[in-house]
Write a protein that binds this ligand. Structure first.
Ligand SMILES: C=Cc1c2[nH]c(c1C)Cc1[nH]c(c(CCC(=O)O)c1C)Cc1[nH]c(c(C)c1CCC(=O)O)Cc1[nH]c(c(C)c1C=C)C2
Ligand SMILES: C[C@H]1O[C@@H](n2cnc3c(N)ncnc32)[C@H](O)[C@@H]1O
Ligand code: SF4
Length: 449
């Protein structure tokens, strides 16, 4: 059996540990969550802030994100009011004025909102926060709705990074996934961002889309070589029709699977590397002069719900529907639906928490080891405070992985090999107490490849 077949099974993406399906179902009460935030902020005022902006004009059928489809732009102002009301609850409850190291607008489609509404949102946030000198502020830009005015309005407020949803450059695939977007729109967005002074541009690119071939991947990398974005997120298409029913719109037989999907990945990775991009970890590539590659080289890379980052903040504040906050020992998630979210923050004047998890000390140790593997490519546990029960079980699985050549092992250390990089999620899995205690149903995670 090839390694690809052996390791291609449903595995979490480890944007958190424990992963969301294994959290305590109960949300911590508001005071507990705020208490935990205040404890952490007493150590450092530096925070990452994520704001979820859920609206999109049209449904891209492949999409696995939490979004709301509408063409009614009247939804903009009340939604921004709700986010600012949620922010006001935090501002009232935090003992210290937060200092923003990182700010990310995700979605949905942030550029669904007018530049003026986005400006009002950011002004409302910055009025009650300081900004770190080495801050990193970014947003997700849909090339079909991003205007120079959007880019300028956000740049005026300190934004220096933009992540462009490219996905693919083949018009036929765009049609199949119901995405109205042209290569010219991507080029225009890149040019406008550069002119305004954005210092880091990211492209989101997906392999494994319906009817996608090696030629499509080659075409994407040629375009990437022309435009030279500093970063590439090269995601494997996650097929989860039980969460995203839109994915039923195309024929499952059109999806590249197994070896075919692997070949798309391998072609993309090899071409990106030969074009000067460094493989910095799960799904992410970056030019060597970008902060992300530098942080990876210095062992300073960090990872949170927004993906890889150079901002190593223990606290993530999260505003908007479905957002996830993190105080290192506690996770919370907001209401997913816009109406319930708005009712909680405006109607009832409370935080819209629906789910959460309090991390035990064992959880926190495992979380640290998973972060080490994801961000540094190794982990070790000779010191007492780095040991936990999960390591005992993990070692057995890792011996087998060492035989497969995807890691190297010494008594207190595991290191991911170049061969093992595509299997990072699998290499973390042995540590996952929750997974081994209760194997997930088929409809929980996407396949690792
Ligand atoms: C802008 C959209 C987001 C992407 N990722 C996240 C957001 C908000 C954050 C996120 N991604 C997942 C979770 C669940 C928690 C966890 O597993 O640790 C969160 C909070 C996992 C996930 N992402 C996608 C799916 C289908 C899943 C669940 C199943 C699985 O583990 O595979 C789809 C998806 N969303 C984004 C990407 C890059 C992506 C798939 C590659 C962006
Ligand atoms: C935020 C980014 O998440 C990626 N994205 C959204 N849905 C999926 C999915 N089902 N599979 C893989 N990537 C996805 C897109 O590349 C988008 O730009
Ligand atoms: S990919 Fe982006 S634009 Fe398309 S439905 Fe998802 S969030 Fe909306």
């Amino acid at each position: 059996m090839t390694l690809i077949n052996k390791y291609n099974k449903p595995v979490p993406r480890y944007t958190s540990y424990p992963t969301v399906p294994y959290w305590d179902v109960q949300a911590p009460v508001q005071d507990q969550w705020l208490g935990s935030l205040n404890t952490r902020l007493a150590e450092t005022r530096d925070v990452s802030l994520y704001i979820h902006l859920p609206f999109c004009e049209e449904l891209c059928t492949y999409c696995g994100c939490n979004k709301r489809i509408t063409k009614r732009h009247e939804v903009e102002a009340p939604y921004i009011d709700a986010v600012l009301a949620e922010w006001a609850i935090y501002v009232r409850s935090l003992h210290l004025r937060p200092r923003l190291k990182e700010l990310h607008l995700g979605g949905g489609t942030p550029t669904f909102f007018s530049p003026a509404e986005l400006g009002r949102l950011i002004d409302g946030i910055l009025k009650d926060a300081d900004v770190a000198d080495d801050h990193s502020f970014g947003f997700e830009a849909h090339p079909n709705s991003t205007t120079p005015e959007h880019l300028q309005s956000l740049a005026d407020r300190g934004f220096n990074r933009v992540s462009i949803g490219v996905q693919d450059f083949n018009p036929e695939i765009m049609r199949l996934i119901n995405r109205r977007q042209t290569a010219e729109e991507v080029e225009r967005t890149v040019e406008a961002a550069r002119k305004i002074g954005y210092k880091s541009i990211n492209f989101d690119v997906i392999y494994g889309l319906p009817r996608q071939t090696q030629n499509d991947i080659v075409r994407s990398v040629v375009k990437i070589q022309e435009m030279r974005p500093e970063r590439i997120a090269f995601y494997g298409y996650a097929h989860v029709p039980w969460v995203s029913p839109g994915q039923r719109a195309y024929d499952e037989n059109d999806l590249p699977k197994g070896d075919k999907k692997w070949q798309l990945y391998a072609t993309g990775r090899d071409l990106l590397e030969s074009s000067g991009y460094e493989d910095i970890g799960l799904d992410h590539f970056s030019l060597p002069e970008d902060d992300l590659a530098r942080a990876a080289a210095n062992g300073r890379l960090h990872r949170n719900f927004m993906g890889y980052t150079t901002a190593n903040t223990p606290v993530t504040l999260a505003l908007g529907c479905s957002s996830i906050g993190d105080s290192w020992d506690t996770f919370v998630q907001n209401e997913k639906k816009v109406e319930a979210y708005t009712q909680a923050v405006i109607g009832e004047g409370r935080l819209p928490l629906v789910k959460g998890h309090k991390l035990s000390s064992e959880d926190q140790i495992v979380r640290r080891h998973i972060l080490n593997l994801m961000c540094k490519g190794y982990t070790e546990w000779y010191a007492e405070e780095q040991r936990c029960e999960a390591l005992g079980r993990a070692v057995e699985h890792w011996n087998d992985m060492a035989a497969d050549g995807i890691i190297t092992r010494s008594p207190y250390r595991v290191e991911v090999t170049a061969h093992g990089k595509p299997f990072l999620r699998n290499i973390c899995l042995p540590l996952d107490d929750y997974y081994w205690a209760r194997q997930p149903s088929a409809k929980t995670f996407s396949q690792s490849i």
